[in-house]
Design a protein around this ligand. Structure first.
Ligand SMILES: Cc1ncc(COP(=O)(O)O)c(C=O)c1O
Length: 294
């Protein structure tokens, strides 16, 4: 068995060591994967894009009809208490994980009325990409997007994403880039972007894609940098022929993909190397981290 960390966690109103926290086997999160989660990065003790995470949490909860158990101020207080309790080991940057499930009830697919949601929160030290990965970029594989059709909901039911991510792990790669009906959706745990003729392109927001917090952030950073930003359907051929391919997520921030299914990404002297749009967005991202206030 893996050794469980003894960091402080929060469960239904109580703080205590993570390895001692317990939920009922009848929790609908355990039985059905019936719940929602968020992962919030923390830099220098401050929660990055906290309001945006809270807005997405509220959207996901509303879509699955679970009442939001806390106000934004209550969530913030709990996040801060956990972040303050986490001893920094290695990296000063941290992550807050929070999840809300529909609660505990006798097993029945139909949503029981008036359940008390289960709230669980924990923190961990962030494991950012290595200097080597930033310098050389990372390898990805591609696969058909075989997950369900509501990728817009940040659901704890992640078996499809787990299976997709494992495909890349089995090939020593960092992510699995997914295509639905020949068009780019996202990766197992990241959004995916391509650069064509200097513009950053991403798939349109839809029920097939999680709207990562970096969707809006990258739009803002592109505006700052004078990089054209466009959301439009992206056929597989446009990913294969892209000048650059990027991943984005809370922990990866932006990260260059330099090989896809063993083929180098990009053209000319930059083939198989991180490109200039990545370099500018990464630098702009670091500035945005310093500017945060919550
Ligand atoms: C399926 C999926 N898409 C996209 C993302 C990126 O979202 P964010 O930028 O909010 O981390 C994630 C993050 O975990 C994810 O799991």
């Amino acid at each position: 068995m893996h050794t469980l960390p003894d960091t402080l966690c929060y469960l239904n109103g109580e703080y205590g060591p993570l390895h001692e926290a317990k939920v009922s086997v009848l929790d609908r999160g355990f039985v059905f994967g019936d719940g929602i989660y968020e992962v919030i990065p923390v830099y220098g003790g401050k929660l990055f894009r906290f309001d945006e995470h809270m807005a997405r949490l509220a959207r996901s909860l509303a879509k699955v009809r679970i009442p939001n158990p806390h106000s934004e101020a209550e969530w913030l207080e709990r996040c801060r208490k956990l972040v303050g309790a986490l001893v920094e080991r290695g990296s000063p940057d941290k992550l807050v994980y929070l999840q809300v499930t529909r609660g505990v009830a006798v097993r029945d697919h139909v949503m029981p009325q008036n359940l008390t949601p289960t709230v669980f929160m924990m923190t961990s030290v962030m494991k950012p990409p290595t200097a080597e990965q930033r310098h050389h970029g990372v390898a990805c594989v591609s696969a058909r997007d075989f997950r369900w059709e509501r990728g817009d909901i940040k659901s704890i039911s992640l078996l499809g994403n787990v299976l997709a991510r494992q495909m890349s792990a089995d090939h020593g790669a960092v992510e699995t880039i997914l295509f639905r009906d020949g068009f780019l959706t996202e990766a197992a745990a990241c959004n995916v972007w391509v650069v064509h003729e200097g513009a950053l392109l991403g798939p349109p927001k839809s029920e097939h894609v999680l709207e990562g917090i970096r969707y809006e952030l990258l739009r803002e950073l592109c505006e700052e940098e004078g990089i054209a930003f466009n959301l439009r359907p992206i056929p597989e051929a446009d990913v294969v022929s892209a000048d650059e391919v990027l991943l984005s997520s809370a922990t990866k921030e932006v990260l260059p993909v330099t090989t896809l299914d063993g083929q180098a990404v990009g053209h000319g002297a930059l083939r198989g190397k991180p490109g200039p749009v990545y370099a500018r967005l990464f630098a702009a991202y670091q500035r945005a981290k310093l500017a945060q206030t919550i």
